[in-house]
Design a protein around this ligand. Structure first.
Ligand code: SAH
Length: 357
């Protein structure tokens, strides 16, 4: 049995042709799975019955089982899934309040968009100090079908709202599982599948340079985020071991090339940790590091505390001063509102808690 979601539209068309079925059925199958949420071939009522039976004999549609679920008071929902081989992964739905253009005032003008945050690997090799995902080491890459399973689950669990954005900020390093992530991204983006615009899909990396170089050659306008978290090599190598392999000078050079090649902005994620990287000297170093990048933005994130570690957020006034320093230096800076803090929503926290129980 094969996961049908591992097939691109073209691959499914070829498979159907090899069975003697017309290829246009592939688009119908895609619509059933990705748009209508069908989880049985038998329910695909516009397909010939023998084709449905054939599909049923060769493929399965869903490969995830829900193991746990946590709802935050702010509407964030975190899902823990068990894969076919028993490994656990996490995905999160994060509602974003959005104004309907042209409408003002309360009068029903608020509509809810939802960002789905997905994992790309079971566990993580990169062992960043502030991130719970790496605590239990690396298990394996997710297949493209498993990544799509997460998106399907997130989408099908919404009622009045729509899944409008997908971010690869769950467990794992998407650029370390490049082919499967890109295959999934193309289906998330495809008009006959999830139809989520490429600009609403974000790939977040800890700075895997070969992956960034590959990404800039793709005909896809996805957003790129880089988890920076420190603006000097000594500190960054300490909290993000990946920096020993891909140090800041090489990373920033690669960012210049990416921006020149794609004309697209890069968002630098910067977690503010008390006593580590949140003083004004650190802010100054950050300004210097990014100053020549033509299209860059900094997203500040007060750290989600990691139990039994020194990872705690600075005071609100320290966060404000840091932000202010960047703003006055001309940096495009935003402050991410922490979501789901009451449900262990920081990377990997739910899985770690579950595995310890
Ligand atoms: N490997 C990729 C994808 C994982 S997302 C990457 O490194 O970008 C990593 C992001 O998770 C970080 O940039 C940060 O936004 C978030 N994160 C991880 N640990 C956190 C913590 N303790 N507090 C707040 N955000 C955290």
């Amino acid at each position: 049995m094969q996961d049908i979601k591992e097939l691109s539209l073209k691959e499914l068309e070829e498979r159907l042709l090899s069975w003697g079925s017309p290829k246009y059925h592939a688009k119908q199958i895609f619509a059933w799975i990705y748009q209508k949420g069908a989880c049985e071939f038998s329910s695909m009522s516009d397909l010939p019955v023998p084709l449905r039976k054939n599909l049923d004999n060769k493929f399965y549609i869903l490969g995830l089982e829900l193991a746990d679920l946590q709802k935050s008071s702010d509407g964030t929902i975190k899902f823990l899934f068990e894969l076919n081989d028993g490994n656990l992964i996490e995905a999160v739905n994060i509602p974003v309040a959005k104004r309907t253009p042209g409408l003002i005032g309360e009068a029903g003008a608020r509509r809810c968009a939802v960002t789905g945050c997905v994992s790309s690997q079971a566990g993580c090799k990169f062992a960043c100090e502030f991130c719970a995902s790496g605590l239990k080491g690396f298990k394996r890459n997710l297949t493209s079908g498993e990544i799509l399973d997460e998106v399907l689950y997130l989408k099908n669990n919404l009622r009045a709202t729509q899944l409008t954005h997908v971010v690869f900020m769950g467990t794992g390093e998407p650029l370390d599982n490049y082919d499967n992530v890109l295959k999934a991204v193309r289906i998330i983006n495809s008009a006959v599948a999830f139809n989520i615009g490429a600009r609403r899909i974000t790939i977040s990396t800890c700075g895997v340079i070969p992956g960034i170089k590959r990404l800039q050659e793709e005909d896809l306008q996805v957003e790129l985020s880089i988890s920076l978290h420190a603006a000097e090599d000594k500190l960054r190598s300490k909290i993000m071991p990946v920096n020993q392999k891909y140090p800041l000078a090489d990373l920033i050079k690669c960012c210049h090339e990416y921006i020149d090649r794609t004309n697209r902005q890069i968002t630098f994620e910067y977690i503010l940790v008390k006593g580590l990287n949140s003083d004004l000297l650190s802010a100054q170093k950050l300004v210097m590091l990014l100053k020549d990048l033509r299209l860059a933005k900094v997203n500040l994130i007060p750290a989600n505390p990691i139990p039994k570690s020194k990872i705690i957020p600075p005071s609100a006034s320290e966060v404000e001063s840091f932000k202010d320093y960047l703003f006055k230096a001309g940096v495009n800076v935003t402050l991410r509102r922490e979501r789901g803090q009451d449900i262990d929503a920081a990377c990997g926290q739910l899985r770690v808690k579950y595995e310890q129980d």
